[in-house]
Write a protein that binds this ligand. Structure first.
Ligand code: ACO
Length: 332
């Protein structure tokens, strides 16, 4: 049987930085409020002519180069995004495949909001274990600034742009294999976090829709409570299912939405400070890109070594959630 190995990581953050101080001149907020309630200090914002696919390509190029896999050996690309270049079609994954110069590749997007990266990791694992694919490029890429309402202080302070990518490859060595992935969803909570306009469910003739808004709307406080409850349960379950404890985890890489959510889940797992990977201060919430961007940060800092076990966890619109037990397995 083939196993799926997490071979390499890459990420990209756009040049422009939007600070809390700058936001305080745009909406009624302060650096103090944002820092205390979220842990965010700044976020990166893509330029007008920089699309989600461009961010994804830059992250992907690093991941491909670091994997040692030849471009022509990549047989599938999956992109997790809620801010695609174009709504409906073509998929951002197909645009990325063209920009990378890839032909004869299966390419598609999935929509699972902030849980997107865990979802595409699980899809890559399933395709590899079934023998259908060998080298899968997975990309979380977001230009959330394109769907953010910069007059809404409840959301605009949270989100940033960026991309992260990983190569997931077939291996015969069970020691290199992704151990387990849990994914879940509960559509009963769909209205907590949504972009109400722009789809077949929106009122096309309403003034609101005409205003062109595909902007995110969020019931932040309710989302916060469900996030803490769901994530704590999920990470405890995936550890128990695999006879592991928090002590077995070298790097806990949570979705970077809010420092208070991360702390609550980390505390429930009795994680020590050095185990928890934190990038929320400098990138904000980059949805499907946040986990691979965080993994890339520890990789580039020389803190991610071959064989080290990562626990990933994420939560987002849908509502969706997921967790994964992933050893870092670069090609030796
Ligand atoms: N600056 C100043 N005051 C603010 C701001 C702001 N930017 N935003 C809200 N407030 C005010 C509110 O109006 C409210 O005032 P009131 O008490 O007078 O009514 C007060 O602050 C408290 O508001 P809450 O919404 O209760 O604040 P909370 O502590 O919950 O923090 C936040 C808000 C940061 C949004 C938090 O709820 C959160 O992080 N939620 C979870 C987000 C998340 O994880 N989403 C899922 C992933 S995102 C995705 O999938 C794309």
């Amino acid at each position: 049987m083939a196993y799926a190995a997490f071979r390499s990581i890459g990420a990209y953050a756009p040049e422009k930085i939007l600070t809390n101080e700058e936001l305080s001149h745009m909406v009624d907020t302060t650096d103090e409020w944002i820092t205390k309630r979220t842990g965010i200090k700044e976020r990166h914002i893509a330029s007008e002519d920089e699309f989600t696919s461009d961010l994804g390509v830059k992250a992907a190029q690093k991941a491909i180069e670091r994997s040692g896999i030849a471009l022509e050996d990549i047989d599938m690309i999956i992109t997790a995004t809620i801010s695609p270049d174009y709504f409906c079609m073509p998929s951002t994954a197909t645009i990325i495949s063209a920009k990378l110069g890839l032909k004869n590749v299966t390419a598609f997007d999935i929509s699972a909001a902030c849980t997107g990266f865990v979802y595409i990791l699980s899809i890559a694992k399933a395709f590899i274990e079934s023998g259908m694919k060998k080298n899968v490029l997975i990309i979380g890429a977001e230009k959330l600034s394109s769907i953010t309402d910069y007059t809404d202080r409840g959301t605009c302070i949270l989100f940033g742009d960026g991309a992260g990518a990983a190569m997931i490859c077939a291996t015969d060595d069970k020691n290199e294999a992704i151990i387990d992935i849990h994914t879940g969803a509960d559509g009963e909570y769909a209205d907590l976090l949504m972009t109400p306009n722009g789809g077949s469910g929106s009122a096309h003739d309403s003034l609101e829709a005409e205003a062109g808004s595909c902007f995110m709307q969020m019931k932040g406080n309710e989302t916060f409570k469900v996030a803490v409850r769901t994530l704590t349960k999920d990470v405890k379950e995936i550890l128990a299912d695999n006879d592991l404890t928090g002590e077995d985890i070298v790097h806990f890489v949570p979705h970077q939405a809010n420092l208070r959510i991360i702390k609550a889940v980390g505390d429930a797992l009795k994680m020590k400070e050095g185990q928890v990977v934190l990038t929320v201060a400098k990138y904000g919430n980059t949805s499907g890109a946040s986990i691979p961007m965080a993994i890339n940060d520890i990789y580039e800092a020389g803190e991610l070594k071959a064989g080290e076990l990562m626990l990933l966890d994420a939560f987002g619109g849908g509502l969706t959630w997921g967790s994964a037990l992933v050893p870092f397995s670069p090609k030796s």
